[in-house]
Write a protein that binds this ligand. Structure first.
Ligand code: IPE
Ligand code: IPE
Ligand code: MG
Length: 252
């Protein structure tokens, strides 16, 4: 078994078998995840939606650790969209409180695994207390390079593109200097390679305004599993499925 997984998965387990089917030399460099289905998971268990978000946060921690141990270099997690403000204020408050709590308790996970945190999205609208905690965690982890986690918060891809264009104009970038690479460098994900694999849980087959520019040639993987039930085996399944795809990028 891959040494890094000792202690997390058992020899001879289902996860161990799946791991043997992963080609470690052709891993997706960047995996982006639309973590969906917390509410439906809770409803199915007869629990309040908040319980789904709580279990979903635990899943996010588990998948972060799994991805880092496997050798994924970039993991982007869609945690709160710019459209999620349409939800009841009580749910929004629960989510913001939970994100704050996670930034406190997840810090060790990031430090122990040498994971760098980068927050992507329009942070202006987030509560000040959360913003400060995010900034602190970004600073503390800025020297780590085992894996980078992009946490998408108040993130919307169209708004991101508009923001990038505005910033280019403000910086006086000449029209003749604008090309795909330059625009890409002005996105919140600037400097990060485009996702190779996008995973969406919960059975919905849509992108919901996530990374529109960056996923032009990403492989899309949809699973019916609700995010709180997404586990190490489910993550390995997605990677194995990805490794069976034939990426052509327009060529033959
Ligand atoms: C994903 O789960 C978490 C967020 C969007 C914040 P949902 O809350 O969207 O769960 P469903 O889609 O209602 O089941
Ligand atoms: C997408 O999920 C956003 C996140 C996972 C954070 P939603 O639940 O908000 O997406 P829609 O509304 O079903 O498209
Ligand atoms: Mg949803």
């Amino acid at each position: 078994m891959l040494d890094t997984f000792k202690g997390l998965i058992e020899a001879g387990s289902k996860e161990d078998d799946l791991l043997k089917n992963i080609d470690l030399k052709s891993l997706p460099v960047h995996v982006a995840v639309i973590m969906d289905g917390n509410g439906r998971w809770a409803k199915r268990q007869g629990l309040p939606r908040a319980e789904g978000h709580k279990k979903g946060a635990a899943t996010a921690r588990l998948i972060t650790e799994t991805a880092a141990r496997l050798g994924i270099k970039y993991l982007t997690l869609f945690a709160f969209s710019s459209e999620n403000w349409k939800r009841p204020v009580t749910e929004i408050n629960t989510l913001m409180d939970m994100l704050h709590e996670n930034m406190v308790s997840r810090r060790d996970l990031l430090i122990d695994n040498r994971i760098r945190l980068k927050v992507i999205g329009d942070l202006k609208r987030l509560p000040g207390k959360l913003k400060r905690k995010l900034q602190e965690t970004e600073d503390v982890t800025s020297g780590f390079d085992r894996m980078q986690i992009n946490l998408a918060l108040n993130y919307g891809a169209r708004a991101e593109i508009v923001h990038a264009v505005k910033t280019m104009l403000e910086n006086g970038v000449a029209p003749s200097k604008v090309n795909e690479q330059v625009l890409s460098s002005y996105l919140y994900t600037g400097g990060c390679p485009d996702p190779d694999l996008v995973v969406r849980t919960s059975g919905e087959k849509r992108i919901s305004n996530f990374l529109l520019f960056q996923i032009a040639y990403s492989e899309l993987y949809f699973t019916d599993v609700f995010w709180p039930d997404f586990d190490i085996a489910a993550f390995f399944d997605a990677v194995i499925d990805f490794q069976h795809r034939k990426r052509r990028f327009g060529s033959l």
